[in-house]
Write a protein that binds this ligand. Sequence first.
Ligand SMILES: O=C(O)CCC(=O)C(=O)O
Ligand SMILES: [Fe+2]
Length: 316
Amino acid sequence: MNSIPSVDLNNFLSDDLNEKQKFVDAIGKAYEEIGFVALKGHFLNDILVENLYKEVKNFFNLSTDTKQKYEIPGIAGQRGYVSFGKESAKGKKEGDLKEFWHFGQYVEDNDKLKQEYPDNVIVEELPEFNKVGKETYKMLEKTAKYVLRALALYLGLEEMYFDKYIHNGNSILRPIHYPPIKEEPKEAVRAAAHGDINLITLLMGAQGRGLQVKNHKGEWIDAIAQPDELMINVGDMLSRHTNNKLKSTIHRVVNPPKELWGTSRYSIPFFMHPISDMKLDVLDSCVDEGNPKKFDDITAGAFLNERLVELGLIKK
Ligand SMILES: O=C(O)CCC(=O)C(=O)O
Ligand SMILES: [Fe+2]
């Protein structure tokens, strides 16, 4: 496969069961083969997206001193600001050429989880940034809920199977700024090759070149979305849970050609996580003689912890 298939969530939301089934089959097939789709018909509107980008740019344009006020020690970068070069891909020592921000879950009906998650960090200088981040978080979470419903059906599970695990899930919305490149980077790239940790990722901002996905032949293919599309891919948690029936595909963000070094890239992934108690144990329906169980049993919380150590965000 040399391109990323496109799907439209309106088909899944349609009353026509035939349309709904076609969506389920298309996304399931894409996730078995390439692990990515470009999706339209999501719940973000143009005004929200425009405001979000404006505020995200405002935030990264603040002075380094101001931004560093919001870099909170002791929470593995799970909320607030993470400065340039701090995160590196699993197995790589050079830091990625990016700085980012994390909005986390807004728990309103569960005291235990409210205590478990770090609080969201409020940017005093930019009240709109906080507001638009929360709104976007909710809309992407809603979009992800329906995508997971489609995947549940594809996997032969009950349609609402994932709902209980993602309500108040540990998801994060990560606006990323890849700054202009000033000198030849030695080994570092904007984002080194990696698989995402979570269940699924919904990525805003993949409209320009940069994101590349490794297909099953080992070739890097460009993943470019239309202006109204989100890129949505399978993460390692869902790949484990499905015994790798759904593929968490390795991807990266390459540095631009020299004539474009002067431009920033802004992208905004939403990493959909379940609650940390969810068991990622391989589903029985994904094991048979030809596909023996490939992964040990683990909870989402333990798995996340392991991976944050590997990314350099938790120090051993
Ligand atoms: O910036 C992008 O387009 C992708 C970023 C990404 O893959 C990630 O943050 O996991
Ligand atoms: Fe990623």
